[in-house]
Design a binder for this molecule. Structure first.
Ligand code: ZN
Length: 193
């Protein structure tokens, strides 16, 4: 299938072309953890220890379902609002990318069509569709693990957030646990060949 070929082609060259941390690797990556000790007993939301680890858990769960292993988490004020993995096969829905699903879930959790002040963690550079959804959702920051030179639309291809027709651009931080995410995708596609 197209997405498979695109992802595999993009990742074939391996993580060695990239440093262990992308140029944008933030010093503020631990932001999500700062408030974890402040969560009040009885709070409805789950304390957020490490949002990218949660995204990886979702990616692994997606792989176990036979989906492309991509996971995403949305955090606000140190709390996980929602998490999701790819469900394009299970839902027979080409738009059921992890980012779209987690945005829908977080909006439902907040009862709001905008996610102002919320941050997205995702294991792969978002595609053009997801970059559009991220912009419409008014997300504050995007943290992604592996770049996707063939299908990504943030730092590759259309560079969606840099276009004058994009009316809200999040801060973008890349390269967090990049080699781990790339290895997971390579392993997944390797097994399926
Ligand atoms: Zn996408």
């Amino acid at each position: 299938m197209g997405a498979t070929e695109i992802l595999t082609a993009g990742l074939k060259r391996g993580p060695s072309q990239f440093g262990p941390l992308g140029r944008n690797a933030p010093s503020s990556y631990a932001d999500g953890m700062e408030n974890s000790t402040n969560s009040k007993p009885g709070a409805l939301q789950t304390p957020c220890v490490d949002p990218m680890s949660r995204a990886f858990e979702e990616a692994r769960a997606a792989a176990a379902r036979g989906e492309v292993p991509i996971g995403a988490v949305i955090v606000r004020d140190g709390q996980v609002l929602a998490s999701a993995g790819n469900r394009t096969l299970a839902d027979r829905d080409p738009t059921a990318h992890a980012e779209v699903l987690v945005i829908r879930a977080a909006c439902a959790a907040l009862g709001n069509e905008r996610l102002t002040g919320c941050d997205l963690y995702v294991t792969l550079e978002p595609c053009a569709m997801c970059a559009g959804a991220i912009s419409f959702a008014r997300l504050r920051r995007v943290y992604y693990a592996a770049p996707d030179p063939k299908g990504g639309a943030v730092d590759h291809g259309p560079r969606f957030f840099d276009q004058p027709t994009c009316h809200h651009a999040p801060e973008v931080y890349s390269g967090i646990r990049e080699s781990e995410a790339a290895s997971m995708l390579r392993a997944f596609f390797g097994e399926r060949r």
